[in-house]
Design a protein. Structure first.
Length: 368
């Protein structure tokens, strides 16, 4: 091994170089690198220290003291510098994370708005209020009889399976979370005013409300959703009145001239019954059989399924205490989520319940 150069001058030079490097370090990371260079295993001072043993006796002692003092000096300077830089970095970080509770502008409270579903239910109901209809309400925790039996859905109707309906206290009190807003039809017919007198006929009511099914939670199903129900009971009511009402609703919701179509179907509570389709308000049918101009809104079918409707089954009128010799009626029901989906282009129903304000903001500033 070479005789190490441990004269006073060269040790002082090593110390000076180390001190200069430590002082030049602007961050703790840079200081760490400088420490490795000047005090690490491969630093000249440390290597020299290891070689002290090879020096002749009298020189060894002096050199040992010099190197020991030099290391102590460098360690001290490095330690002090580290304290300084670490403090500065902590300060920086705290400043960056600081919350200034006295700063008014950036925390100015914004006024909330109704959820898009709530807003749409109000909008739908308004169309009917403008025609002089009433808003009817019913409980979400509903009597099984109102939800099924009174609507001509017998004890064996498949919708009454526990796989579809959420039963609450089925043995004692026969309650369900209502699976549709149709029981409000019965409640409207049976309802009394404050004197206890039955509601007078005719009846023109809509009921927007929350409904529940033992459904999957996916892009097109959520277990708690919303419907808009309509019921008219009057003299001489025909399917024509139903069609005219729905055309009007479609025009207000989707634009003047958007038509509806009713297509034969089956519901226990209406006879005849129909599916209610909405003319595609984007392509107005132009995409049908025209592969060059496909329409995503209606899948190039020209029509969109919107809900169900029909002439109220006399059994339902009878359950509501209405004289079927004198009165007839029509009813309809549609999904509010569906309406929002194709009117505002919301693609995934789960977004409607997840409570992310960005969804609501996008819809408010969205398609309409
Ligand atoms: N209650 C039906 C459902 O949830 C929708 C419905 C269909 C309501 C026909 C009606 C109607 O009033 O006449 O699927």
């Amino acid at each position: 091994m070479d005789t190490p150069d441990l004269t006073e001058a060269s040790v002082a030079a090593l110390v000076a170089a180390g001190v200069a490097a430590f002082e030049a370090a602007a961050t703790t990371a840079e200081l760490k690198a400088a420490r490795i260079a000047h005090l690490g295993d491969k630093a000249p001072l440390i290597l020299a220290n290891r070689a002290i043993g090879s020096l002749p006796g009298p020189e060894r002692k002096d050199a040992g003291q010099r190197v020991g003092a030099a290391r102590a000096e460098l360690n001290k300077v490095c330690e002090e510098r580290h304290q300084l830089l670490a403090d500065a970095e902590l300060h920086e970080r705290l400043l960056a994370e600081r919350v200034d509770v006295t700063e008014p502008d950036s925390y100015f409270p914004t006024v909330g708005e109704p959820h898009p579903i709530t807003a749409l239910m109000d909008e739908l109901a308004d169309v009917f209020v403008a025609m002089g209809w009433e808003i009817a309400e019913g409980p979400e925790l509903e009597a099984e009889w109102m939800n099924f039996d009174a609507l001509n859905m017998g004890p064996n109707h498949p919708a009454r399976a526990t796989s579809d309906t959420l039963f609450i206290d089925p043995i004692e009190n026969h309650l369900v979370l209502r699976t549709h807003t149709s029981p409000v039809q019965i409640r409207a017919m049976l309802s009394c005013d404050y004197t206890g007198r039955r509601r007078e006929l005719p009846i023109y009511v809509v009921c927007p409300g929350t409904t529940f099914r033992a459904d999957e939670f996916d892009a097109t199903h959520v277990p708690a959703f919303h419907q808009l129900e309509g019921l008219v009971v009057d003299k001489g009511i025909t399917l024509g009145h139903l069609k005219g009402t729905l055309d009007h609703l479609a025009a207000v919701m989707f634009g003047e001239g958007v038509r509806t179509r009713i297509r034969p179907s089956y519901f226990p509570f209406t006879e005849p019954s129909a599916e209610l389709d909405l003319e595609c308000f984007v392509c107005h049918g132009a995409s049908v059989g025209n592969p060059d101009a496909p329409c995503r809104t209606c899948n190039s079918e020209g029509w969109i399924e919107w809900g169900g409707c029909g002439v109220v089954n006399p059994r339902v009128l009878a359950a509501g205490g209405v004289d079927t010799e004198i009165y007839s009626g029509f009813a309809f029901g549609m999904g509010v989520e569906r309406t929002l989906m194709f009117r505002n282009g919301a693609a995934d129903m789960r977004d409607m319940v997840e409570g992310d304000i960005r969804f609501s903001q996008a819809l408010v500033g969205g398609a309409r």
